[in-house]
Structures are given as C-alpha cells and as structure tokens.
Write a protein that binds this ligand. Structure first.
Ligand code: G1P
Length: 300
C-alpha cells in the first residue's frame, strides 16, 4: 500500500540572475520582466504554478528586482484611472497579476548558484514537498507538465525532474540525466546526474529543463553540497546525491516532456516564443499571421 502524500501547494521561483544575455535591456529592468507579447515572462511562470494548484509562490530575488514585487502587487492609482475611464478590459489586465497567487519574496544575498537559491527557500517551505520553476523556461500553457510531475511524486514519492531530449551537441547547456525506463511511457527512474557535461561525457541526451518537484530532504543535502560547476552550489549535484542514496529522501524520477518549451533566456528562442504565442492569440493572431506570411514570402 502506498502512503497518501500531502498535496503540494508551494512553488519556488529563483529570480536573482543578472540577465546579461539581454543587455542593455536588462541594465535596469529584471530579465523576468521582459514582455512575451504583452505579458512579462515571469507572469507565464506564476500562471503555470497556479494552474498546477500551487497558489503559494516564493520568489528568490536579488538586487534590482523590485519591479517583480510591484508587478504582482496592486497598483491602486492605475486601477482608479482605468476605472474612471470605464476601461474594464485594461483594468482586469492590471488586477489579474495581483490576484493570481499569494506571493512571498526572499533575497538570495550572495549569488552562490541555483542550489543556494533553492536553499534560501527552506524556512518558508518547511517540511513539505515543493515545486521549483526556473523563469527562463517557458512551458506552453497548453502542456500541463507540472501537473504530471506532481502526479508522479504522489505515486512514487521522492523528487521528480522534467527532462527533454536535446541534440547531443546542445547537452553542455543543461544538467543531464542517466535514466532507466519504468512501466510508464513518459516516466523514467534517474540513476545519475551531471551538470553541463561535454557531449563526450554526457550519459544521455536527456536534459533537465527548469521544473522540479522536490522532497524537502533536498535541503539537508544542499547544506552539505560543495560548490560544483562554475564554483556554484548546484541543484543537479544535490539531486545526484539523492538519486545515488534514495534512503535520504526517496527516489528521483524524471518526466520526459515532449511538449512546447521556449528558453526565454536565449535571444533567438525568446523571439520564437513571441512569434509563436502572438500567432496563436485570438486578438492579435489573424492580422499578425497575415503580415508574417507576406513578410516571409516577400522579404526573405
Ligand atoms: C539550470 C540548471 C541546469 C538546467 C537548466 C535548465 O542551468 O543548473 O541543470 O538544465 O537550468 O534551464 P542555467 O540555465 O541556469 O545555467
């Protein structure tokens, strides 16, 4: 008999990075606030957490990240101006982001890596399983990856990571997992993890994409994890410890994602995300698609 596991309600979103790939846009604006069509990238990520049932969101931020807090807070002045004008459509857009979730913030202080950012969430998370969503990875709202991951945690316990097959020449950009099949087509058991291996050293072409459902045992492991790749404390290394020693906090499983994902931390992929999501929008899509079609045939 499997033990019933408590529902996961907390999401942690590390958002302390500098966003140097988007300079000068990110000189004084957090990279998470860059718009994807007309919504900041980070709002898609919070909406994804909420649609997986996680309504308690902790952002791990750093210096110059105050616009994130403002975005998820009320803006009474703007709301009043729009109300006076009777512009209900825009008013609801302004109110939407402040009503999404219960937001909490903690600052990372020293940028000592993703594992360290997650460790900053320990006092807030306590002794519960929780999800981590990386802001650079945008998962298409129609592909419910996180919901699937929480189901796998309910079934198997331990921790669950999101994996995606990538071209071997790109594996050095990701954490990489060696994994064995399970009875379920989209679920694998993870046996080994390496952070950003070269293509010769990579144990597979399964890349970790930025979604994790973690057992709280990961905090103790992170406290003992030495700095790894890039001199930073890596979540991949802590998960490797858990995968090698399941008695510490259960097994590590992977959900192999075959849906739509955009890396908004990469300029090319960021542009592709905007074009794709704009084409699919009911309000903007029809005109934009017509324009795009003629642009491609006439200009390229
Ligand atoms: C981080 C993780 C890496 C993971 C990636 C997914 O790397 O360390 O294991 O594959 O996110 O986006 P970063 O891209 O922050 O360097």
């Amino acid at each position: 008999m499997t033990t019933p596991r408590a529902q996961i309600t907390k999401a942690v979103i590390p958002a302390a990075g500098l966003g140097t790939r988007f300079l000068p846009a990110t000189k004084s604006t957090p990279k998470e606030m860059l718009p994807v069509v007309d919504k900041p990238a980070i709002q898609y990520v919070v909406e994804e957490a909420v649609s997986a049932g996680l309504s308690d969101v902790l952002m791990v931020t750093g210096r110059n990240k105050r616009p994130l807090e403002d975005h998820f807070d009320r803006n009474y002045e703007l709301e009043q101006v729009l109300r006076d004008k009777g512009d209900e459509a825009k008013l609801s857009k302004v109110e939407e982001s402040s009503a999404l979730a219960t937001m909490h913030y903690v600052r990372q202080g020293d940028p000592r890596g993703l594992g360290h950012a997650i460790l900053c969430a320990a006092p807030h998370v306590g002794d519960e399983a929780f999800a981590v969503l990386l802001g650079d990875d945008l998962i298409d709202p129609r592909d419910p990856l996180l919901t699937r991951m929480t189901q796998v945690r309910e079934q198997h316990g331990g921790s669950v990571i999101a994996l995606m097959e990538v071209e071997p020449q790109n594996i050095h950009l990701y954490g990489c997992a060696a994994a064995q099949p399970t009875g379920e087509e989209d679920v694998v058991r993870v046996s080994d993890l390496v952070e950003k291996p070269s293509s010769d050293e990579a144990p597979s072409n399964l890349a970790i994409i930025g979604r994790y459902v973690l057992d709280p045992a990961v905090f103790d492991v992170l406290r003992k994890t030495e700095p790894g790749r890039g001199g930073e404390i890596q979540i991949t290394d802590a998960l490797q410890t858990l995968a090698a020693e399941p008695s510490l906090g259960g097994p590590v499983h992977g959900v192999v994602f075959r849906g739509r994902r955009y890396d908004t931390g990469d300029r090319g992929d960021y542009l592709r995300a905007i074009v794709r999501l704009a084409c699919e929008r009911e309000d903007l899509g029809p005109d934009f698609r017509d324009w795009l079609r003629s642009f491609v045939t006439e200009e390229m």
